[in-house]
Design a protein around this ligand. Structure first.
Ligand code: ATP
Ligand code: MG
Ligand code: MG
Ligand code: MG
Length: 463
């Protein structure tokens, strides 16, 4: 039978109830009168449950010494009203068992606060810290909210391939897949041919499931993918990972303004879900990580996102009087410093920039009649900058193939994509949102490495 978890006992356990709990010891305090207080956590919430262990518990004298921080224990007893401040109930133990001990001399997590750099080095114990427990629970709530949002609107959840040949973004950031026995080849001193290495054919890890999602959307209607995505970018920023999770809805018959509305509703609904259901963790983030987090989310919910053409954004940035590291010029992509200026200083709320220069956006975006811009949109939010990249897709075959050639892509290689424009083509749109950037926005965590359980960055793939 399932044991009630600690969050349940703390909020709705009734004094007098018999209980059994299992979890990991946070701290222990022995009183001079021959009994002990043990704080136990099982990961279901930030709070610990206090266990009072009377000296009369069988085996007390021998067992209590190994009830140390990090050890796993099982306790049976009775729930009591707690005389202590800040807790409704506590457990009075009638039996206590140590399941797995933890040597206090060696246990890496101490009571003091550890730096995130230190915690990254001990990824296997990181979730036992308050911060990473809270991140994991909020991330879980967000993932669930993603499905709630799209499912409640009738979207079809599809899975797009991880192994693919299509370089959707055209940014040359794909990891090659290989089936070659590298060790053997090295022994034979053979030159490696990485262009044919998926059983004799080329293959890479996906940078986006969009092109494949378009196939489903233009057959079955609104759909979304939500899966791992890979970018071989050798960058060490606080918002880029080599492996991240992307949410990509794709909608037939949508033009850009409807795409923008969906993106805005989506972000708001995720913020609402977290505020409603993760109060304890959100209070922790606001108190210990960033004291503007709750206000930022309230602000996001209170206003409509600004919609601003790229060209006007360039104008604002030029007139801002700010000293930016990267130059502002019509035709250049914005950098995070520019995006943050717009959202944090100029507008003080999220901004959807749209109609970007065609030269800086991929081939699949719908060309505007001005010949200079495409129907692209980037959703920018405070603290994170770009959180969503999206567009209306080019539905006209002739324009699409021209654009591919312009960007040195061979339409023949994307015949399956081009053919969609031959048989019942429709205007359609979609966007991609990085889950980790959304978790950063919601929690206030500064570094993207700290909002994914196992961050993959240049040189880091061990555990
Ligand atoms: P950036 O300009 O920050 O490098 P991008 O324009 O290259 O992002 P897109 O190709 O538009 O990214 O991907 C859609 C979304 O996926 C982004 O808005 C972002 O939320 C997320 N994303 C992109 N690259 C990464 C990455 N390396 N790590 C984490 N999330 C990412
Ligand atoms: Mg990028
Ligand atoms: Mg970008
Ligand atoms: Mg983008």
């Amino acid at each position: 039978t399932a044991l009630p978890r600690i969050n349940h006992l703390l909020t709705s356990g009734k004094p007098g109830e018999s209980v059994r709990i299992r979890g990991w010891v946070r701290t222990r305090r022995d009183s001079k009168q021959g009994f002990s207080f043990v704080e136990v956590n099982d990961g279901s919430c930030m709070g610990n449950i206090q266990v009072v262990v009377p000296g009369e518990v069988p085996g007390y004298a021998e067992t209590i010494k190994s009830v140390t921080t990090g050890a796993s224990i099982e306790v049976e007893g009775e729930l009591k009203e707690s005389p202590g401040k800040g807790q409704r109930v506590e457990v009075e133990a009638s039996s206590l068992r140590v399941i797995g001990s933890a040597d206090p001399e060696k246990y890496p997590l101490q009571k003091k606060r550890h730096s995130f750099e230190y915690l990254r080095e001990i990824a296997h114990l990181r979730p036992r810290s308050n911060t990473f427990g809270a991140v994991a629970r909020v991330r879980n709530r967000i993932s669930y909210a993603v499905h709630e949002f799209f499912q409640s609107r009738g979207f079809l959840y599809i899975n797009t391939p991880v192994i693919t040949t299509s370089d959707c973004e055209g940014a040359g950031e794909m990891f090659q897949v290989t089936t070659l026995d590298l060790a053997k080849l090295a022994q034979l001193q053979t030159t490696l041919d990485f262009s044919q290495d998926f059983f004799g054919k080329p293959a890479s890890l996906t940078v986006s499931g969009q092109l494949e999602a378009e196939i489903y959307a233009t057959s079955l209607g609104d759909c979304y993918t939500f899966g791992p995505t890979f970018r071989a970018e050798n960058s060490n920023t606080a918002r880029h990972l080599a492996e991240f999770w992307m949410i990509e809805p794709e909608m037939p018959f949508y033009e850009l303004p409807e795409n923008m509305s969906l993106a805005e509703e989506f972000i708001k609904s995720v913020c609402r879900a977290v505020l409603d259901d993760c109060q304890e963790d959100m209070d922790f983030f606001n108190k210990r990580i960033d004291d503007t987090v709750l206000a930022t989310l309230d602000n996001i919910l209170a206003h409509e996102f600004i919609r601003l053409p790229y060209t006007e954004a360039i104008d604002i940035l030029e007139k801002s009087g700010q000293e930016f590291e990267y130059p502002i010029e019509w035709g250049r992509d914005l950098q995070s410093e520019h995006e943050r200026y717009l959202t944090e200083q100029h507008f003080k709320q999220p901004v959807i920039l749209h109609d970007y220069p065609r030269t800086i956006k991929p081939f699949y975006m719908r060309c505007n009649e001005d010949g200079k811009t495409v129907r692209a949109m980037d959703v920018l939010v405070p603290r994170v900058g770009e959180i969503i990249g999206g567009s209306q897709r080019e539905e006209r075959l002739d324009v699409l193939t021209d654009r591919m050639q312009e960007q040195d892509l061979d339409p023949a290689e994307y015949w399956w994509y081009c053919e969609l424009r031959e048989y019942g083509t429709v205007p359609h749109s979609g966007f991609g949102l990085g889950l980790e950037r959304l978790v950063q926005l919601v929690t206030g965590m500064q570094n993207i490495r700290d909002v994914i359980p196992f961050p993959r960055t240049p040189g880091h793939a061990e555990f």
